[in-house]
Design a protein around this ligand. Sequence first.
Ligand code: ADP
Ligand code: 5GP
Length: 198
Amino acid sequence: MERGKTFIISGPSGVGKSTILHKLFELRHNLYFSVSATTRGPREGEVDGKDYHFTTVGDFRRMIDEDAFLEYAEFVGNFYGTPKQYVSEAMDRGEDVILDIELQGANQVHAKMPEAIRIFILPPSLEELERRLVSRGTETPEKIHGRLIRAQVEFESAHTYDYIVINDDIEHAVRELDAIMTAEHCRAADRALAFASQ
Ligand code: ADP
Ligand code: 5GP
């Protein structure tokens, strides 16, 4: 059985990462979504344990002390972290792991797991990103402002990723992400190894 791969999905808040990933999960099998811990409150419709593990700052700090995170970062006033236990377990089961994480966390994972594939999702424009953040209606104007400022910093790092997907048309973006993942499984090095071990 081929070991699963880890895919890091980053991109500015509001670009459509969650929307794309929900559709990707309908399309691909053997996927494992790494549920992050966060200190931000749940949005309407978000389910504890499915979208995030919603935690207090105290619990989050305890998890840091227990070295429970593969990576963690502060993002616009809240903490977010990837519990480390489940990632390698999922890959051992042959599942591809999806990490929806921001830039600082992506850099930490890249340092520990350089083989993880990094994909950056870009909006068609900054104006469209703002429109999406506003129309989602989940953040206050100040929070939206903070996320847009952060977005401009993140744009400058998009070129350091392995792939860039532009989320203009949603179906097109999902197809591109699906194609990238399929291509990564067709790499000659992996295929030759699997062939040789038959
Ligand atoms: P993220 O997870 O990156 O913060 P979301 O998936 O929550 O972003 O998407 C932000 C908003 O943009 C949502 O209201 C979503 O319905 C909308 N959206 C996502 N993709 C597109 C798209 N391609 N075109 C128009 N609106 C989109
Ligand atoms: P949101 O609050 O919009 O769900 O997420 C804000 C940002 O935090 C997004 O860029 C998202 O990718 C990122 N994020 C979510 N979970 C994690 C995590 O576990 N670690 C890191 N570093 N970032 C995360």
